[in-house]
Design a binder for this molecule. Sequence first.
Ligand code: C2E
Ligand code: CA
Length: 556
Amino acid sequence: MDNILNNPLFEAYANASDNVYIYVCEVKNDLSRWSPNAVSYFDLPGEYLKEAGNVWGERIHPDDREIYFNDINAVFSGRQETHCCQYRAMNRFGKYVWLECKGSMQRDENGELSVFAGIITRLDVKNKYDTLTGLLTKYDFYDTDLSDGKGVVMLIGIDRFRSIINTYGYHYGDELLTTMGKYLNSLCTGCKRAYRFNGDEFIILLPNMDKEGAMKLFESVRDNCRSIETRDGKRIALSLSAGAVIYGESDYDRDEVVNHLELALSFVKKSNRGNVAFYSDEIEKRQARALMLKEDLNNSIANGFKGFELFFQPLVDAKGTGILGCEALLRWKGERIQNAGPMEFIPILEEDSSINAVGRWVMRESVKQQREWQDIYKNFKVNFNVSYQQFLEEGYVEDLIKTVEEYGVDPDNLVLELTESCNVESPEDLAMIFEKIRSYGFHIALDDFGTGYASMELLKKLPADEIKIEHSFVRELGNGEIHKIDFAIIESLLYLCRKVNNSVVVEGVENKAVDEIIRKMDADYLQGYYYSKPVCKADFEEMLRKNHMNIVSSAK
Ligand code: C2E
Ligand code: CA
């Protein structure tokens, strides 16, 4: 029996891990041996213990003793063969730590209880390695001392990872993370380290590297991930963004480094996706402004949309000079921040779905407005913007229908513009919603058409009535060389839209030269600063009064 307590196998296991403790007990004499790390950590009287159950029981939290004794007594009385329970025990520092204890009872050839052995695992100790990717975990990063030396630490995030999961499923998402983990690990030679941070985010620690070196490294990672192959041979284009911090230049503490990394990553994802941003005071200021904006926007919403207003920009007849309709564009002024445009505050509203409430307000105001103008200008079209997530919101379509009924508006005069169509994650679901909306007579427009790789694909999948060609192709049409390419792009987009029976709005007409070029093409509506910037209701009505005759002559 001596062999059970004193053998090389026990000694080998006893030293295998800092956070796992082992014990083995010779039942006949109730003598047991505990691994040295347990003796030291729990301040046990020695490696060899007589009646260890009681010695150990004293260390267990009084509230957990009953659980422990019930279970262990069941094993030692032969009623059950395994011991498994979780409880708190006091360590040598006088602190209770959560443990999981598992053990198994063996019998001898006569069926008598002979050997009881098991392991105790500390539950408060975080894993060193990530089970999915095999990389070091963020806890290991937290334990890394950055006060010594200089370098760069970078937080890399996969852009729109959620949409990849939605499209390909969780299993594929896991495959991708594993592949990314392996790839990043392969780059980390010498003292470089790769860690899995949260979800789709990874940290790479680059000691002795400067900003330029880190930027180059990021660019090469980003370029390599443009076509990444998973184990099952599927290829996918990943877009990566990163936030980075230079350490060793000032007295950073760990929480500050992590906070700055997250700020820089969130900043770059919003403003310059696909790139790396190094944390700076400027980023801190912008993030502080975004936080203030969020607070003030929420207050406005809670205060009956106080501070929100619709501006209107005319949609001009491409074959005549009249104003056939308008696009309603949201404006907002807070008490503290007065100068935020929609490009700044709409993404903030979209972050937490506040856009749904504001979007319903926009819809109601637009419908109300159409009703008002309809009495004077027959069949006046009102376009308003709707974010992807608003279309998916439960009850949106029902509310839209209820609102037009309430105001007695003909849906034929309302156009819902899908903004930023490149964000569409599930075109099939959206197509069904569009069909439903169109079946009531409303029109759907695809905004900013021509940008984003998905435009053509979406045109194929989404049933739309109107296409709005993005400014960037139009603005410089009057300028020499670039003009030729933009001209060709617009002409082919117009041709394409005609083929699929969509009407076309050309946006971004800023001057007479562009107006003249566009009017020779086959568009339906023109929009741009040349005709008018978006203006408040009073100014727009003034503009309509001046254009009244034109509107009447061009109306359907
Ligand atoms: P958008 O839908 O593409 O709206 C057109 C934007 O182009 C407007 O900017 C307008 O002022 C601007 N624009 C018009 N003509 C010209 C021109 O000739 N040259 C140039 N450079 N720009 C021109 P705005 O009002 O700042 O709106 C920006 C974006 O905010 C909109 O882009 C739309 O995506 C979003 N947005 C505005 N209102 C709403 C809303 O009520 N709901 C939602 N979800 N999004 C909105
Ligand atoms: Ca629009």
